[in-house]
Design a protein around this ligand. Structure first.
Ligand code: PHE
Length: 345
């Protein structure tokens, strides 16, 4: 072949490519067309072979044609692929800035059920003249036991065998109930007293209905002529507000060293309304806390005149109240922070 013939062949390959590529818009197809011309077995490869056989003076012209056609094919491929990428980007961007898309809903938190219940309970008592009082969770033996008529060897301490803190002056305990706030309140000022004391307490208990740490609300009312009827009326008012007007209460004789007489307070079973079921073990009632008239020995320990004033006190577990009202069967759920549980309240 002469130089001229080879050059014609090269230029024909270039035109061939231009025809084939037409208006192809597919990346894969464009690359295939390029390979058909420029690839190892492509149409230009034959022209390259012919180049070697030409006399030296002819080679530059042919080489120049080869480079020109090759360069323009490569440039065209670049241009096409660039355009395709550009177009894809446009589509992408247009999609991303679609301001008409609804936004993702923001997940809003809310107060924990325990906090909600405490606020509700405080509100119920505030309405009838009670103030909110607090005390430390690490208590002295005096406030937690001794002043509540439980001297060191008293058997009632067994039930509240608890977590003691080493060191410090005197014996320190993680309080086993909120009753020490009764003592602190009475030591702090003269009667009359109307307080509720919400707070965390600690016991050596651990099962589905008992946690080593839980929340109680204590109530103390001291004044001239406070009677057992006032205790019952206050409890009934609270239970009606908290559980509903159809839930009655029952007071069962019991014993606490710091009240006399003492009672366990039960509410009508919320699940069977007294008919008897599995939850109330066929008794028709559910135990929710302890109550009684303040023992004169407690007044004496606090410097109150036991012949001048009388008072009532009661205490109940807040989680237990919530478990009964909302049908929660495991006390651990209150402290796990599992959103699936929390979201329900
Ligand atoms: N403090 C008692 C308890 O935790 C409950 C109680 C409080 C009983 C007040 C009587 C009066 O078991």
């Amino acid at each position: 072949m002469t130089a001229q013939e080879i050059i014609q062949q090269i230029e024909e390959a270039g035109r061939e490519f231009a025809r084939a590529i037409g208006d192809l818009r597919d990346e894969q197809a464009i690359r295939e067309e390029k390979a058909r011309v420029l690839g190892k077995k492509g149409s230009l490869a034959g022209a390259m072979k012919g180049l070697g056989a030409l006399p030296a003076p002819d080679r530059p012209r042919v080489g120049e044609a080869l480079n020109r056609v090759k360069g323009s094919i490569e440039a065209e491929v670049e241009r096409r692929l660039g355009a395709i990428a550009e177009e894809a980007l446009e589509v992408d961007l247009a999609r991303r800035v679609d301001v008409t898309l609804p936004s993702r809903p923001r997940r809003r938190g809310h107060l924990h059920l325990l906090t909600q219940l405490l606020r509700e309970i405080e509100e119920i008592f505030r309405e009838i003249g009670f103030q909110v009082a607090t005390g430390p969770q690490v208590e002295t033996d005096f406030h937690n036991f001794e002043a509540l008529n439980m001297p060191p060897d008293h058997p009632a301490r067994d039930m509240q065998d608890t977590f003691f803190i080493e060191g410090g002056q005197g014996q320190l305990v993680l309080r086993t109930h909120t009753s020490p706030v009764q003592i602190r309140t009475m030591l702090a000022g003269p009667p009359p007293v109307r307080i509720i004391a919400p707070g965390v307490v600690y016991r050596r208990d651990d099962d589905p209905t008992h946690s080593p740490m839980f929340t109680q609300v204590e109530c103390l009312c001291v004044d001239h002529g406070v009677s057992f009827a006032d205790l019952k009326g206050t409890l009934l008012h609270f239970v009606h507000r908290f559980f509903g007007p159809d839930i009655g209460i029952r007071l069962r004789p019991s014993f606490f060293p710091f009240t006399e007489p003492s009672a366990e307070m039960d509410i009508l079973c919320l699940f069977c309304k007294g008919r008897g079921c599995r939850i109330c073990k066929s008794t028709g009632y559910l135990e929710v806390g302890g109550a009684g008239m303040v023992d004169p020995a407690v007044f004496a320990a606090c410097g109150y005149d036991r012949y001048d004033v009388t008072g009532f006190a009661f205490g109940f577990g807040v989680e237990r109240m919530g478990m009964l009202r909302h049908g929660v069967d495991d006390i651990k759920l209150w402290y796990e922070g599992d959103a699936r549980w929390l979201e329900q309240f």
